[in-house]
Design a protein around this ligand. Structure first.
Ligand SMILES: [Cu+2]
Length: 288
């Protein structure tokens, strides 16, 4: 539809085909993303809660205005929920969850001491660092890294929107709230993945109710500490990989920038085509 306005440009675009359009979409953000910055965290086992070397992860967050793109890989976490009713009940997990992937709620915590908790964070001495005990180190929840839906605190403990399983890749682009955005830029943001592995978690995490009072729908008792205690943690720091603008853009952060950015993130061929259309308009206006 947009191409009709620019027949001369539409012809080479059509001939070049999808591959070239994808190339254009990849090339565009160099101009559009002058403010892009990248932050990274290495996710390490939380003291007391996860044995050293048992689990690990990498986390990359790219900011472009208020759009955040997260790419995360974790491995070695709790894999599946128990299947026997007695164990499920003792952990505060309804039977409907039997054998399902172990949910790992995860957040960007902000405005604490920009640290992951050490063993001294276990202030009640039960051998587990609860997520509340970890807060002086990593702060309150700023953003929920949910698989869909809201990314604020409203989904913080929603296990149905949490990634699950022992190893997973999480990738999502979302509008990041101002508090988290500011904290990231001030180096006050910490990534926390929750949910301890029953196989090697501290015994107390299996028998103590979680410190947030989370009770799963249909459960007869609160979820055990194992469900919400921090398993992996990493401090977000600015990366040397941050994009460097190449050339100048006459329109800067124009109204089409959002579309182009989504295309960069690989959200689908339709958006790639949309980006091609936006590119056609920009080219036409810059020539005219
Ligand atoms: Cu958290």
């Amino acid at each position: 539809m947009l191409m009709r306005k620019s027949p001369l440009l539409a012809v080479p675009l059509a001939v070049a085909g999808i591959t070239a359009l994808a190339g254009l979409a990849l090339a565009l953000p160099a101009n559009a993303a002058a403010s892009t910055s990248t932050y990274q965290a290495t996710l390490d086992p939380v003291a007391l809660n996860t044995p050293s070397g048992a689990a690990s992860g990498t986390f990359t967050l790219t900011l472009n205005g208020d759009q955040a793109t997260v790419t995360e890989h974790v491995t070695g976490l709790a894999d599946t929920l128990p299947t026997d009713t007695a164990t499920l009940n003792s952990l505060g997990i309804p039977a409907a969850f039997a054998g399902k992937p172990f949910p790992h709620v995860q957040h960007i915590h902000i405005n604490g001491n920009d640290q992951c908790p050490t063993s001294s964070a276990d202030t009640n001495g039960d051998g587990v660092i609860s997520t509340v005990e970890g807060q002086p180190a990593y702060g309150m929840i700023g953003t929920t890294l949910s698989t869909s839906g809201a990314t604020d605190t409203s989904t913080a403990t929603d296990v149905t929107l949490a990634p699950g399983g022992g190893s997973f890749t999480y990738q999502r682009t979302f509008t990041i709230n101002q508090a988290t955005l500011t904290a990231i830029q001030d180096n006050k943001a910490v990534v926390v993945v929750h949910g301890l592995n029953p196989v090697n978690a501290p015994k107390a995490s299996l028998t103590t109710p979680n410190s947030l009072g989370v009770t799963l729908p249909g459960a007869s008792k609160p979820l055990a500490l194992i469900g919400t205690a921090p398993a992996l943690c990493g401090v977000l720091t600015a990366s040397q990989m941050s994009a460097v603008p190449v050339g100048s853009s006459p329109t800067g952060g124009g109204s089409t920038a959002g579309i182009q950015d989504e295309a960069l993130l690989g959200l689908g061929g339709g958006l790639l085509l949309a980006a091609g259309g936006a590119f056609a308009i920009r080219r036409r206006s810059s020539k005219g």
